[in-house]
Design a binder for this molecule. Structure first.
Ligand code: C5J
Length: 229
């Protein structure tokens, strides 16, 4: 069985059952004027992972494996945004308020778009999610089940919020999960470091972590194994 060189140990997978889930690489989190910036964050560190996320997506596409993209966004009438979520944060610019990229975190507004460099292909699954986790109130589990997916590689932003929440949701649903270390980022470097440590602690209590290079090497190795057998 192919393996990714990971921590706390090798991550074994069978290629057709492995999918990539790219979390919330949206303008609202990564560009100035969106939700992330409205919360007072410096968004520039998040932009730095775009090339690594792109390499990962390309590797999965070349291998013919499933790629899923998620977007954190809400209906325009905010009926799927509980006040407990909307009223937290900065009063000056809340979810649904007009901002430089349209209404903040609202589906269909320019800010909720995935960055053009990482745009989904027409056949790829795009999940709009009202929560931090990608399984809550979405068809993600059904989409993965329809393709027989059992193993997930996760990437995207932010590491300790939507990425970690999704990874924990997936772990509880029985998926084997690996977080791509250099294809995820946080506004807070120490939160990213802590998340990576938490995930792989205690023998991989939430899953595995590995670099993009290690993941791509394993995908290439699996492809050459398939060709030679
Ligand atoms: C946040 C996310 N940080 N995509 N969303 O609110 O991590």
């Amino acid at each position: 069985m192919p393996q990714i060189l990971a921590q706390p140990g090798p991550f074994a997978f069978v290629p057709p059952h492995l999918a990539l889930v790219v979390i919330d690489m949206q303008r609202d989190f990564i560009e100035p004027g969106g939700f992330g910036a409205a919360l007072g964050n410096d968004v520039t560190p998040l932009r730095a992972i775009v090339p690594a996320v792109r390499r990962l997506i390309d590797g999965f596409r070349v291998a013919g494996l499933m790629v899923v993209h998620t977007r954190e966004c809400h209906k325009s009438d905010l009926s799927d945004c509980p006040p407990a979520k909307r009223l937290r944060g900065t009063p000056s610019l809340r979810i649904g308020d007009p901002g430089p990229m349209g209404r903040i975190l609202i589906a269909g507004e320019p800010g909720s778009d995935i960055l053009p460099a990482l745009a989904p292909l027409p056949h790829e699954v795009v999940i709009d999610k009202p929560g931090k986790g990608a399984f809550y109130a979405t068809p993600l589990q059904a989409a993965l089940a329809a393709r027989g997916i059992t193993h997930l590689v996760l990437a995207g932003v932010t590491t300790e919020v939507c990425v970690q929440t999704t990874m924990r949701e997936a772990n509880d649903r029985g998926y084997e999960c690996l977080l791509a270390e250099d294809a995820t980022e946080s506004y807070f470097p120490r939160f990213k470091r802590a998340t990576l440590e938490m995930v792989r602690a205690q023998g991989g209590i939430v899953g595995w972590t590995a670099t993009v290079d290690a993941i791509l090497d394993a995908l290439a190795g699996a492809a050459s194994l398939a060709r030679s057998s």
